[in-house]
Write a protein that binds this ligand. Structure first.
Ligand code: GLP
Length: 242
């Protein structure tokens, strides 16, 4: 793992942007795996403000709530359009289709991932160590599947909905095997509420109980944390930029 420390999420977004642009301009990355949540927003702002042209590139998003159409304001489709695609269009952008039945939605998404191998995968981190919507206990061999969200995740995500009862209980999520097949992974985590998951991801055992711990086994995993998220790390953990 290549770990970077940032003062805050703005600086974290700038580091992530530099890593991403390097992969695009120096290493020919053509397909980006993209994430939702508040974490990648500072990166997306930098992408929008940059000279980089994504119009010949493909994006493949991690996940989507089951039952929400792409025009629903809380859908991840809508989120991506709002924050990135409407400002910096890709040649083609894929997000799982939350309006489709499970078999159709998951099998078609695996075919899309197979046709567009991911060069750089952007990730956030759940407070319980989840990546995408792969909750603790998800098999490291998983491909796209339907997920029942944990109470912890429903609580964390309710801030985006008018009422807790409106938070969908299920999602379609890219699996851990597909995430691990990306050539480069850039995971960002900001804030004190992520500090336990960050410590376990970097210093704990590799276990399906902490999905992000699998990144210890990836050949090119870049981890970007702010000071608050790094607060519990041991002194023995070294940072690539310090
Ligand atoms: C959701 C998403 C994840 C995201 C996580 C953290 O559960 N499915 O992809 O990483 O939330 O969200 P945030 O970045 O808002 O803390």
């Amino acid at each position: 793992m290549e770990i970077y420390i940032a003062a805050d999420k703005q600086e974290g977004g700038a580091i992530a942007f530099d890593c991403l642009s390097h992969e695009i301009t120096e290493n020919g990355a053509e397909t980006l795996g993209l994430a939702t949540g508040s974490t990648p927003l500072s990166l997306y702002e930098k992408m929008v403000a940059s000279d980089l042209d994504f119009s010949q590139m493909t994006s493949v998003n991690l996940d989507e709530y089951v039952g929400l159409n792409s025009d629903h304001p809380q859908s991840y489709h809508y989120f991506m359009n709002e924050h990135l695609f409407s400002k910096k269009p890709f040649k083609k952008s894929y997000v799982p289709d939350g309006s489709k039945p499970e078999k159709e939605a998951t099998e078609s998404y695996d075919a899309i991932i197979a046709a567009h191998p991911i060069d750089v995968q952007i990730l956030g981190l759940g407070q319980n160590g989840h990546i995408a919507f792969n909750e603790p206990g998800t098999s490291f061999d998983s491909t796209t599947h339907k997920v029942s969200l944990t109470e912890n995740t429903i609580q964390a995500n309710k801030r985006f909905f008018a009422d807790e009862k409106d938070v969908p209980r299920e999602a379609y999520s890219m699996g851990i095997q597909s995430i691990m097949s990306a050539k480069t992974i850039i995971l960002m985590a900001y804030g004190e509420q992520k500090s336990k998951a960050v410590k376990a991801m970097i210093e704990g055992p590799v276990t399906e109980e902490l999905p992000a711990s699998i990144l210890q086994k990836h050949d090119h995993a870049i981890i970007i944390v702010d000071k608050a998220a790094a607060a519990l790390l041991s002194d023995t953990v070294s940072f690539a930029n310090k």
